[in-house]
Design a protein around this ligand. Structure first.
Ligand code: NAI
Length: 288
């Protein structure tokens, strides 16, 4: 099955996983719009598509997904230029990390602002046009396997933000299904990317008060592993996941035991006694 005639809007689409998704969707017939904070990433990505003779399928716009006004303008532009989009990939994210006792409000605002707020802004700005154009559509949001298991230390804000993305997407899926809009969550393990540059993506006012300055400076020197997954491979899983309206798209298996242990711990703490199912559908008469 191909993506001929479909338009995809990919946030954080100019680097790493987002770029991998873009490449696969273009190869499979889609028109793709890369929406990214970083003009240097956009320039590199566009040059790559030009090198592959694919320029006519790709355009780009500079967007900070936390900027609601700019996001609204971007969505309006998509409506005008493409008659609305068919696929939204809420992929922009930041890999902030640091010791929890050093975290400041600036760190919470940065992590939740981009990783959760950016995703919510995507839903808010694009759902109306996806419903209105009547062609149906699909929304993929990038979370992380860090949402499913507790990974090495210093990822609390990151993990909590990604867990929020997962549960939000699970919760809206049934309602959007009725409108012909599919929902998927991408949960990657290690994929080759520039996520170690997270500190460069902090706006000045959230860098200033950050307690994570040192840890993120160290993160910027982290070496991308040769055995980490290629972004295009993750992109292929995403393309197939969209076509199958798969809820969870998961790149790696090596956290499976830890995921099972966590699920079993939750079940183990749950009473065996099964009460009557709660009835949430009863209401008082309206007052007056
Ligand atoms: P990346 O840094 O290579 O790509 C992310 C892109 O998002 C960058 O081009 C960056 O400029 C852009 N971006 C950052 N903040 C933005 C904002 N406010 N508005 C618009 N664009 C913004 O990193 P990667 O790894 O490809 O990250 C993509 C997603 O995958 C993120 O949500 C990340 O949390 C998630 N992820 C990545 C994993 C990995 O191993 N690479 C593992 C698990 C999750």
């Amino acid at each position: 099955e191909s993506f001929d005639g479909k338009t995809a809007f990919i946030t954080g689409g100019a680097s790493g996983i987002g770029l991998g998704i873009a490449q696969v969707l273009v190869e499979r017939g889609a028109k793709v719009v890369l929406a990214d904070l970083r003009q240097d990433h956009i320039d590199n990505a566009l040059a790559r598509f030009a090198g592959g003779g694919q320029s006519n399928a790709v355009s780009a716009l500079q967007l900070d997904v936390t900027n609601r006004e700019a996001y609204r303008e971007a969505a309006a532009r998509m409506q005008k230029e493409f008659g609305g989009i068919d696929i939204l990939v809420n992929n922009a994210g930041v890999g902030l990390e640091g010791p929890i006792l050093e975290a400041t409000y600036a760190d919470y605002d940065f992590g939740f602002g981009v990783n959760v707020g950016g995703v919510i802004n995507g839903f808010i700005e694009f759902l109306p046009q996806m419903v209105a154009h009547g062609r149906g559509g699909h929304i993929v949001s990038t979370a992380s396997l860090a949402a499913e298991v507790v990974m090495p230390p210093h990822l609390a804000i990151y993990a909590a933000s990604k867990a929020a993305v997962c549960h939000y997407c699970e919760a809206v899926k049934p309602e959007l299904m009725e409108k012909g809009i599919g929902v998927s969550i991408l949960l990657p393990g290690p994929v080759k990317s520039n996520i170690h540059e997270t500190q460069q993506n902090r706006p000045a006012h959230l860098l200033e008060g950050s307690g994570f300055k040192d840890s993120e400076k160290k993160l910027s020197r982290r070496i991308v592993g040769e055995n980490w997954m290629e972004p295009e491979e993750a992109g292929m899983l995403v393309a197939d996941g969209i076509l199958a309206n798969q809820t969870y798209i998961i790149t790696h298996g090596f956290y499976k035991d830890a995921m099972r242990a966590r699920a079993q711990a939750v079940l183990g703490a749950t009473p065996d006694k099964v009460e009557d199912a709660p009835d949430f559908g009863r209401f008082r008469e309206e007052d007056g």
